[in-house]
Design a protein around this ligand. Sequence first.
Ligand SMILES: [Zn+2]
Length: 221
Amino acid sequence: MNLVILGLPGAGKGTHAQRLKEELQMCHLSSGEVLKRAIQQETEAGNKARTYVTSGDLVPDRIVINLMADEISKYNEPPLLFDGFPRTLRQAHRLDEIMKKHDKFIDLSIYLEVKKDNLLKRISGRRICSREGTVYHIDFNPPQEDGICDRCGAPLLQREDDKQEIVKKRIEESEKRISKIVKYYQEKNILKKINGTDRSPDQVHGDVQKAVHSYLEQLKH
Ligand SMILES: [Zn+2]
């Protein structure tokens, strides 16, 4: 069973992908991680991607698709779990083509649907320790002393791309792209929408597990 997990920035894709990976022994393919690794290793694709990543722009489809195609060809056995990919309709089409070449296909696409206001609050409330990177949240996980890291006492800062205006723009742009991918998987009848607004990660994950298990049950019959 190969899965795609979709969601706007801050919807919790990484959190649920990590848990599914452990629960189902899946191979977790996160485009963010794949890009980061290619940049660190200064591969040809990594060097091309770096300028886009540093300026916060979307990395062109061609670069992302080639990187993910390489990843897919590395794994024969384990079920694949795609996180943060596809990010555009073109990537979704290409993913199907690449999978077909390996006699595979996407079984299920899980869409973590979270209201924009909720996401804005989640992301713009994030604070990070300026010395060692511990993550806090002014509402959901505040430090004991305002603006100070509990662990090392260093001041907390807000990442540039977590600022309200930037987050709003990121969410709106991403929403336009994701709505096309959601429609694409809906038309293929493999989309499961999960309500992620104002619910705890455990509540949301319970529904994610239900969606996966009902698909696996369906396969048995
Ligand atoms: Zn710290």
